[in-house]
Design a protein around this ligand. Sequence first.
Ligand code: ATP
Length: 313
Amino acid sequence: MPVIEVEHLHKRYGDKIAVDDVSFTVEQGEIFGVLGPNGAGKTTTVECVQGLRRADGGTVRVLGLDPVRDRTEVRQRVGAQLQESQLPDKLRVREALDLYRSFYRNRADIDELLDDLGLTAQRDTAFHKLSGGQKQRLSVALALVGRPEIAILDELTTGLDPQGRRDTWDLVERIRDRGVTVVLVTHFMEEAERLCDRLAIIDTGRVVAIDTPSGLLSRVGTEHRVHFRPLDPVDDALLAALPEVTGVRRSGDEVTVTGPEQVLQTVLSALAEQKVRYAGLRVEQPTLDDAFVSLTGRAARATTPPSTDERSS
Ligand code: ATP
């Protein structure tokens, strides 16, 4: 049973078409990714889902409701973490949670929430003294304080360091494990690949593909690339003649052999048989980046979130 149904959504800002034609459904209990480069129309789409913007065309149903007409009810049942959570500087973590909690009829236990989000030690810390990661976690806590059935998380890990990002991914999985459906807006392929059960790739206001991460990967083939630097002479023709090998390339002193998943084993056996020593062995597998490039014909703007150091409070 879908909890979100978006059909032929269209939204303009003046002459600018932000969302051209977007359709997708989100099933109860899944982590659904909305993935695409900057300016693709992701935020506009989820703002229409939350009833913050009125669509110019198409229909949106959330938990069977119309998010614009039934805005009050949708607000009670859908928790949203906005791109930039700005609270008054002096407001303390606990006070912010108490305030937001009072808006909802289903209220989460604040101590439990603080504990879950690793913010117990910051309960009396003022907003402006929180680190980037702690602010991010507080904004997630605010999205969960009304015990929502759906949580919409937009650009959750932007600006976090690698550890902060990983912790946040674990957190998103814990939210889903509690039975909350998660819509995760991101332009980071790695994040989508790691977390999402299914995802919609959006580019210039249109859905390019909807699938599971592995389904998207299988669309671009399963070619692996084995790279190594031979320390003894090796005959490229011999490598190319091995079963499963689809290509052999040299770049400087590095050899790259391509083929399906088993190609690594094939290459290693052949090198051992010919007593060829090697260094710098690495294997590249297809990623969602490759899927994105193949589906849209161009590279995603960013694949790895920029790191900024988390300040300590
Ligand atoms: P990002 O990852 O950068 O947040 P996005 O995929 O969420 O991008 P949107 O924010 O939905 O994309 O923007 C889609 C397009 O609509 C962009 O070209 C953007 O410049 C434009 N746009 C967004 N909001 C407005 C607005 N309020 N007025 C005019 N144009 C807007």
